[in-house]
Design a protein around this ligand. Structure first.
Ligand SMILES: [Zn+2]
Length: 134
């Protein structure tokens, strides 16, 4: 019944308003889709988008999706170590360290998944490239 009412009393005066609403919605959708494709990683929250992280101290391995990473970063559980450039940008010597869920220290870096099933730090504490042990 309500559908019939809407269509029967839908006057011509409301039409421009409806078109405007639809147009705004379309612009919003396009903007959203554009942003999503332009910055896909920032939005992903699926298990296969998760990246492994390893703690230097206790070897604890955990996974964070890009969305979780962003959340952690907002909660202050990710911090930059090293120098930052003017304007707050990170220079190439800076490292982003994630707080370890196990020991609570900022000692976690991205992990490198090895063929043997182990995960080692992508970069070691003294800035060497992480290597899978044979
Ligand atoms: Zn730890």
């Amino acid at each position: 019944m309500s559908l019939r009412q809407v269509s029967s009393d839908g006057s011509g005066r409301l039409l421009p308003v409806k078109i405007a609403v639809v147009a705004v919605a379309l612009v919003g959708l396009t903007y959203f889709l554009f942003l999503k494709s332009a910055d896909d990683n920032a939005q992903l929250d699926t298990p296969d988008s998760a990246t492994p992280y390893v703690c230097w101290d206790d070897g604890h391995v955990f996974r964070l999706t890009p969305a979780e990473w962003e959340r952690w970063s907002k909660e202050g559980r990710v911090k930059a170590e090293g120098s930052t450039e003017a304007g707050g940008g990170l220079n190439r010597n800076a490292r982003l360290l994630v707080q370890c869920p196990k020991c609570g220290k900022f000692t976690c870096v991205r992990g490198l998944e090895c063929p043997n099933g182990k995960t080692v730090p992508f970069v070691t504490r003294d800035n060497q490239a992480g290597k899978c042990s044979e």
